[in-house]
Write a protein that binds this ligand. Structure first.
Ligand code: SF4
Ligand code: SF4
Length: 433
């Protein structure tokens, strides 16, 4: 695509990067076929190509964001299906990241929109606040229907709807500690505790720690870790996202220098995509660029790390697992086979749903901010998953688990919970007796 940026504009490294990305797009439109918002809404401006045009026009003309741009960029799930499909290697992820930062700096959103985004940004990344908010949401749940009837308050209604009826007790797996290997030591990793996941489902990291230590891996939960920054990063809140990234980089570099790490193990693929991008996010910060690159190079989804441990093949079990591949797993990190191979080797019958490339509509805070599109995508995803007649659905991202779990009676668990069970751990409670 031809671009017309001035030399002065290109002196800004962010604009220069955006220009390089834009020039790669050849308008072919292949990406439209796999874009969940284009497939749902049928509007070119809700396709990757349409959004690329909108971003190009806004940046080239040095314009502040306007309502049209914000509407169509806000509808983007950042699922990155377009990047998997694109034959020209257009780096849509970094382009839309830049557009979101530009929007945040130049566009004044309506009051309720600002308020909702502000509440989410000040709550979700902090486990104690998030836990308190979920408790409050239980009290507000009877008003969800009423709120959803008022357009400006629909996100609040969606928030109340999504809040789980039971909040699990805080598990010990998020507390700073070193978990010693229970077999001959063959590795040492740090595990990301994260923010929303340990509140919504502390059993995921508990299963990970049990499994890894049983396999001879020392697992450290370093003091000072926190939210990876993905939630606010996708809102265009650059300063808050970079603060989170810097804090985690400091924590992990200290741990690498102290006793060495083979990997930073991540059990939520949305976080994994962001941490693998720390090297890029902090590339212009001379104090952090190199450290962030080291951290990103060590970041591994738990299934990626487990695949290096040569787990023995187990006897067949009488259990059919349909694997839901989160967008951040398959498109963001390009991890497609490892989770399914691990499950098959562990003795499960593994099925793939139709339209596995399409997002379930969770996408961070998308199911709160865009409840209608999100609900359509959820219904489509649940229908495809249920059509495979699974005993259980497995996924590697808490956002998808919450979203899909709110639309089906089929139990949904994290892949690592099934693996922990298959290799000597507890049967996941969600599977029942
Ligand atoms: S990231 Fe997903 S929703 Fe956004 S343009 Fe690409 S395919 Fe469409
Ligand atoms: S597939 Fe790639 S090159 Fe083609 S329109 Fe989409 S982003 Fe541009």
């Amino acid at each position: 695509m031809q671009t017309n940026f001035t030399a002065e504009q290109l002196a800004d490294p962010h604009v220069a990067e955006a220009e390089g990305i834009l020039r790669k797009c050849v308008h072919c439109g292949f990406c439209t076929a796999t874009c969940p918002t284009y497939v749902t809404l049928g509007n070119e401006l809700d396709s990757p190509r349409g959004r690329i045009y909108l971003i190009k026009d806004m940046l080239e003309n040095g314009r502040p964001a306007d309502k049209q741009v914000v509407t169509h960029i806000d509808r983007c799930l950042s699922c990155l299906a377009c990047m998997t499909t694109c034959p020209s290697g257009v780096d849509y992820m970094h382009l839309v990241d830049h557009a979101r930062i530009h929007i945040e700096k130049t566009y004044k959103r309506p009051l309720m929109n600002r308020l909702t985004r502000g509440i989410l940004a000040m709550t979700l990344p902090y486990p104690a606040r998030f836990r308190a908010a979920l408790a409050l949401a239980r009290l507000g749940r009877p008003f969800a229907g009423l709120l959803k009837r008022i357009p400006a308050l629909r996100p609040m209604g969606a928030m109340l709807d999504l809040a789980p009826r039971n909040i699990p007790a805080a598990g010990g797996s998020a507390r700073p500690a070193t978990h010693a290997p229970k077999a001959a030591k063959r590795g040492r990793v740090a595990i990301l505790t994260g923010c929303a996941q340990p509140v919504l489902d502390p059993g995921i990291n508990a299963a990970t720690i049990r499994l890894l230590t049983r396999l001879g891996v020392e697992v450290v939960v370093p003091e000072g870790e926190g939210c990876c920054g993905a939630l606010v990063h996708h809102m265009g809140r650059e300063a808050q996202a970079l603060d989170s990234a810097r804090r985690n980089v400091d924590v992990w570099i200290r741990e690498i220098d102290r006793a060495g790490l083979d990997a930073i193990v991540i059990t939520a693929s949305g976080c994994g995509t962001t941490i693998k991008d720390y090297g890029h996010m902090l590339r212009l910060d001379p104090a952090y660029a190199e450290k962030a690159r080291r951290v990103s190079a060590l970041a591994k989804d738990v299934t990626e790390y487990l695949s290096t441990l040569d787990l023995p093949v187990q006897d067949k079990k009488n259990l059919t697992v349909t694997y839901h591949s989160a967008c951040s797993m398959q498109h963001g990190q390009k991890i497609t086979m490892a989770p399914k191979m691990l499950l098959k080797n562990a003795g499960f019958t593994v099925r793939d749903p139709a339209e596995g490339h399409l997002c379930c509509g969770s996408a961070g805070t998308y199911n709160i901010m865009q409840p209608e599109i999100s609900a359509t995508l959820k219904a489509r995803k649940v229908k495809n998953l249920e059509a495979t007649k699974p005993d259980v659905i497995a996924a590697g991202n808490i956002g998808c688990m919450t979203q899909i779990g709110s639309g089906t009676a089929v139990p949904i668990v994290h892949t690592v919970e099934l693996l922990d069970w298959a290799y000597g751990g507890e049967r996941p409670a969600k599977l029942g007796a």
